[in-house]
Design a protein around this ligand. Structure first.
Ligand code: SF4
Ligand code: SF4
Length: 459
């Protein structure tokens, strides 16, 4: 690379590299399985051959056409920073780092086996440590540390939702009663040793559902109640830390992990259910690592838990608003955090297919090749609703890009001729619901908890 002005330019690094190939569009059928996957070895960005295979699946690249946006391009930037070929310019580096939803589709198709999610999260961590942190992210971090949620809401209002769900209210009161008992009669150690039933179930709710989507918590509580589950909640629940992990603020998340983990262990529950895929993936990946691979309790996404209970109790499911002859036509959107992050692809489909009065149609991009809804990796929080507040072109462009991504996903769902798009993550539901609303789309968007709550379970 020549000395001088160009040396400091990210775009220059991208355009002076060897030409990218990537002429074959990856699909599940023609994925090249890297040998490394068999050995479960992970490779870093330095192994990137810039083959360009991942460009085809990157929704950001396919909206912006910017070479700095796909995984191979970002790997080139990381290499250039490592070699000091480019100067670390905070303002310039921020979009290159954060214009990625951490959807993981590039990881699925990378023939070399690069763990792009780990690479990009580490990249974020490194640049945030060097002070490149978007202002909005700082605000979110401060709110989480002060209020235990990213929405500037009072912690004491976290459980206001349960006023509108009979089963939720019962769960909250049951938990409070037992917590009083802990003080009076036995210690939390006793609970862990089995004073609480060995099959007791906890429900970890998450910030977004608690403060922004109470209808989802109510629906989940009612579904658990209908299944006859006397579940517990965690009155001292705090943010799971997902947004901090995804945006490079891992160090700040450790205290949250410690608190939530201790709280669940001391509650004595043996199973924890999650309706938010973001919380679920954070427990599956980060909390498990923190606990040395064994949490000491089992975790389930709502779809897995309901399926398990329906099978155990030998139940049938009927959607009460339609019939077998006139079913509700639905399509299922795989949340990245449930699907690619945790490998939960089939349980939601198995559950949906068990429902009489519902018929499932697949979108072209499904399961491990599913398109992201456009809300992941902190981009919705960082760029989603702030067009009026931002001056810099690149940031405004990012917002346009993210809107296009969710519009494309909705378009694909409409093409299935389904009436309803069902997801199993509060972020996907919100993002896709917003675009359906703005576009006056005929397609309704709902969470799977809401679909299940319109069902009856019977023998
Ligand atoms: S990340 Fe993998 S798929 Fe993407 S350019 Fe590099 S080697 Fe190719
Ligand atoms: S994680 Fe998703 S958005 Fe980010 S580079 Fe990979 S494919 Fe693109």
């Amino acid at each position: 690379m020549s000395e001088g002005k160009e040396k400091n330019d990210i775009k220059n690094v991208i355009t002076t590299g060897p030409p990218v190939a990537g002429l074959v569009s990856p699909s599940r059928e023609n994925l090249i399985e890297p040998k490394t996957k068999e050995k479960e070895e992970k490779f870093g960005y330095d192994r990137c051959t810039h083959c360009g295979y991942c460009r085809h699946v990157c929704r950001v690249y396919n909206t912006s056409w910017s070479e700095t946006d796909y995984a191979g391009g970002r790997n080139r930037i990381i290499k250039a920073l490592d070699r000091k070929d480019i100067k670390f310019d905070k303002e310039e580096i921020i979009p290159s780092v954060f214009r990625c939803m951490l959807c993981g589709n590039c990881k699925t198709v990378c023939p070399v086996g690069i763990d792009t999610l780990e690479v990009f999260q580490n990249f974020r961590k490194a640049v945030v440590k060097r002070g490149a942190i978007p202002a909005r992210l700082k605000g979110m971090r401060d709110s989480i540390l002060k209020n235990n949620n990213p929405y500037l809401e009072n912690h004491s209002d976290r459980f206001n939702w349960c006023e509108s769900s009979e089963f939720g209210k019962q769960a909250y009161e049951r938990t409070k009663r037992e917590l009083d008992l802990i003080d009076e009669k036995f210690s939390s150690e006793d609970l862990k040793k089995g004073k609480r039933n060995s099959d007791s179930v906890g429900y970890f709710i998450g910030c977004t559902s608690s403060y922004r989507n109470r209808e989802l918590v109510n629906a989940t509580s009612d579904v658990l109640g209908k299944l006859g589950i006397e579940f517990y909640v965690f009155p001292e629940e705090r943010c799971c830390g997902s947004v901090l992990f995804r945006t490079g603020l891992e160090d700040e998340a450790i205290e949250l992990i410690k608190h939530n983990y201790k709280m669940i262990r001391e509650s004595g529950v043996s199973e924890v259910v999650f309706s938010c895929s973001g919380c679920f993936s954070t427990f599956t990946l980060e909390y498990s690592k923190f606990a040395g691979g064994n949490l000491g309790f089992d975790i389930f996404h709502l779809t897995q838990f309901v399926l398990k209970k329906v099978k155990e109790k030998n139940l049938k499911i009927r959607y009460t608003k339609r019939t077998k002859e006139n079913p509700l036509l639905i399509t299922y959107h795989d949340p990245c955090h449930l699907g690619r992050y945790c490998g939960v692809f089939e349980e939601p489909r198995e559950l949906i297919n068990m429902i009489e009065g519902v018929k499932l149609y697949e979108m072209k991009h499904n399961r491990d090749m599913s398109w992201c809804c456009g809300a992941g990796g902190g981009v919705k929080a960082l760029y989603g609703d702030i067009a009026g507040e931002v001056g810099r072109d690149r940031i405004a462009e990012t917002r346009t890009c993210m809107i296009r991504i969710r519009e494309d996903r909705l378009k694909e769902a409409v093409e299935t001729n389904a009436e309803v798009l069902v997801s199993s993550c509060v972020f996907c539901k919100n993002n896709l619901f917003q675009v359906a609303n703005e576009d006056n789309s005929p397609l309704k968007v709902m969470d799977i908890s809401q679909l299940l709550n319109d069902c009856e379970f019977y023998q």
